[in-house]
Design a protein around this ligand. Structure first.
Ligand code: SF4
Length: 651
């Protein structure tokens, strides 16, 4: 089905079996700078699934490159055994393996002991996102770092990797050297464009010197950093062309964005508001100017998109990293024509880059087996097949039903309404979040493939369970909106966010206050929905800012939309009461009243309340039952799906 995507591609002296690439992405699976068994298992799953090339996450080339407490380091020979284990696990599957060589320059996030590091850069120019002022590198340090690229590459070569990639993307150190707004040096590493390119050129020369001519060395670069102070696109393009023309870069991997600014960083892992394959026009421009292979990233989450990009000549291979975080088997399924069975990434960013930002190993909300390969990577067949009744067709129930049936149990899933999906059916109705509903399409497919019997419009109570007499009941009955106690006078219009999402037209004309408890998509999305319907909206949030519990890139995009829609955000307030034209809030720190007047109504996005009645009844009656998802405690889709996996793996 995908003749271009599944044709071989030669890069330097290495031939990839296909053009599906997992690019370097920090997994938070390194330990003390070293490759771990967990990281090996993670990448082996992607190799087994059919990836043509895996580029391992960044590895520091110098002691000053520790940008997080969990970065890999390739600064001494102790790294070799770990990389060797990676190569031994990945390459037998026919997948080529490269490593990323990295220095963040001023883009540092944290240190292991919680203190701030002394960041370095070509010049003392601050970075906006992490609000860091670096010190200028000394000449001797620059030469040490350049030598570090060569030494690190040689270690990876000795470990059996096929090549390395110099990370000049996203505003990291090589990009800082290239950027005239960041590199103010007047020595040989600055002054002119050739001087600003010297760092990168000498880094490649160092790799060539240490590794010899046959070892692949590529360049990752942002052709548009999407930041007014970022690396100008024409300079990035010229540098890429020059390194390729001089035989230094064997391939060019094109991305976009920068770590240095909030808006620029949103392109590091663009969320579902970015169009699929939106970077391809940039890679096409570069591909027309060079003769080496060009790779491209940018929310390419389905093989159809990748095939189109390659067939159109916009790139030679496609970076599909999150597509394989979500479904490691995606390449093999695509090649076999089983496209309906691919679990497509929905661009939510919650468990992949979201976990990374929180300092936890990455995973996927739809596929919690990711990052937990050693525990859940292989389904254990049930020792004794059981009759399992799953009550509730939200994400938790769907996952539990699919996994239990895959293990050989006889599973029937009961959903009280006419459609499975639970709260995802609300989330997908919010502005810009239609793709989120893909999570239910994917889980439903898993349920179907596993042979689960699904009964819709089938509310289940204790007598119904006793009549069926299953071996086990998995209770996934979800949650319902929570209403905090309020002082109410004169009959104000008050509604739960869920009601408004289902029927935005139900809100009376005029100004609406949305009271937001969790700082997630519910309050923000409801506010946007009402603003789009013509209401003046005030979003009253309990925390420091709207969207506080969302992954940064997702939050940024939503906050930008909120700003464009002229929604007023009131931080640090809780709802206290309402009358027919005023909403009374209370400052959470001072307890002083905050009034919003001339209001037509109040919408409560105040979290939810567990629907745990069936679970309690079963437990009282001594019926074997296990609760999962929001009926235990309302959380997110991620925890619901993980609960389903864990519970069903134990049956
Ligand atoms: Fe994609 Fe969301 Fe999974 Fe990340 S957590 S891989 S964005 S579906």
């Amino acid at each position: 089905m995908f003749p271009h995507l599944f044709s071989p591609l030669t890069i330097g002296g290495v031939t990839l079996a296909n053009r599906v690439v997992s690019s370097g992405h920090d997994t938070v699976m390194a330990d003390h700078g070293q490759v771990t068994d967990r990281l090996v298992a993670y990448h082996e799953a992607r190799a087994r699934g059919g990836a043509g090339l895996i580029v391992v996450q960044v590895a520091g080339v110098h002691e000053t490159a520790r940008y997080t407490s969990h970065v890999l380091m390739a600064t001494d020979d102790t790294c070799i055994d770990g990389y060797r284990a990676l190569a031994a696990a990945v390459k037998p599957h026919g997948t080529a393996l490269f490593g990323q060589l990295f220095h963040p320059g001023r883009e540092v996030m944290d240190l292991a002991d919680g203190t701030l590091t002394v960041a370095v850069a070509p010049s003392a120019v601050p970075t906006e996102r992490f609000r860091v002022m670096p010190r200028p590198l000394r000449l001797a340090e620059i030469r040490e770092i350049i030598d570090g690229y060569g030494q690190a590459a040689a270690r990876l070569q000795r470990a059996g990797l096929d090549g390395v990639e110099v990370v000049a993307s996203h505003g990291y150190l090589p990009s800082q050297f290239l950027n005239p707004a960041v590199n103010l040096r007047t020595d040989e590493f600055g002054s002119t464009q050739e001087g600003r390119l010297r760092f990168l050129r000498e880094a490649f020369e160092s790799i060539r010197r240490h590794c010899g001519p046959g070892f692949v060395a590529g360049l990752r670069i942002s052709l548009d950093e999407r930041d007014p102070a970022g690396l100008p696109a024409d300079i990035a393009l010229a540098a890429s062309v020059s390194l390729a023309a001089d035989g230094l870069a064997d391939y060019l991997s094109v991305t976009t964005g920068t770590s240095a600014s909030l808006a620029g960083s949103d392109h590091i892992a663009p969320d579902l508001s970015s169009p699929n394959g939106y970077v391809a026009p940039l890679s096409a421009k570069l591909r027309a100017a060079v003769s080496v292979p060009v790779l491209v990233a940018g929310r390419i989450n389905q093989p159809q998109e990748a095939e189109h990009i390659i067939a159109a000549g916009q790139a030679d291979a496609c970076v599909m990293t999150r597509a394989m975080i979500c479904d490691p088997d995606m390449p093999g399924l695509a090649r076999a024509g089983q496209t309906d069975d691919i679990r497509a990434c929905i661009g939510c960013n919650q468990a992949c880059i979201g976990h990374f930002h929180l300092g936890f190993p990455i995973s996927c909300i739809q596929h919690p087996e990711t990052g937990r390969e050693r525990l859940y990577g292989i389904r254990r067949p049930a020792r004794r097949p059981k009759q399992v009744m799953v009550v509730g067709g939200g994400p938790a129930g769907l996952k539990a039903a699919a996994v239990a049936a895959e293990r050989g149990h006889d599973v029937t899933l009961y959903e009280a309404s006419g459609r499975v999906g639970g709260q995802v059916l609300l989330a997908e109705r919010l502005p810009g979040r239609a793709e989120f509903g893909g999570a239910i399409a994917n889980l439903s497919r898993e349920v179907h493939r596993a042979g689960v019997t699904v009964r819709l419009r089938g509310p289940v109570d204790l007598p119904a369970v006793l009549e069926q007499a299953p071996d086990l009941v998995v209770v996934a009955t979800g949650a319902r909106p929570y209403r905090p106690p309020l002082e109410v006078m004169d009959g104000p219009w008050i509604a739960d966010a869920w009601e408004v999402i289902r029927d935005p037209g139900s809100a009376p004309a005029g100004k609406i206050v949305v009271a937001d408890f969790r700082g997630d998509w519910t309050g923000l999305g409801t506010a946007r929905l009402l603003a789009a319907a013509g209401h003046e909206v005030t979003l009253a949030v309990r925390g420091y800012a709207a969207g506080e519990s969302l992954q940064q890139y997702v939050r940024d995009r939503l906050l930008a939309a909120v700003s464009r829609q002229r929604i007023t955000v009131l931080p640090l307030v809780r709802p206290y009461g309402a009358d027919d034209d005023t909403v009374y809030l209370q400052h959470v720190l001072t307890e002083e009243p905050v009034l919003v007047e001339n209001v037509a109504g109040l919408v409560l996005a105040c979290g939810s309340f567990p629907s745990g009645e069936l679970l309690a009844a079963l437990e009282s009656a001594g019926v074997p039952a296990v609760g999962i998802g929001d009926c235990l405690a309302p959380r997110t889709v991620e925890e619901a799906v993980l609960d389903g996996l864990v519970a069903a793996s134990d049956i």
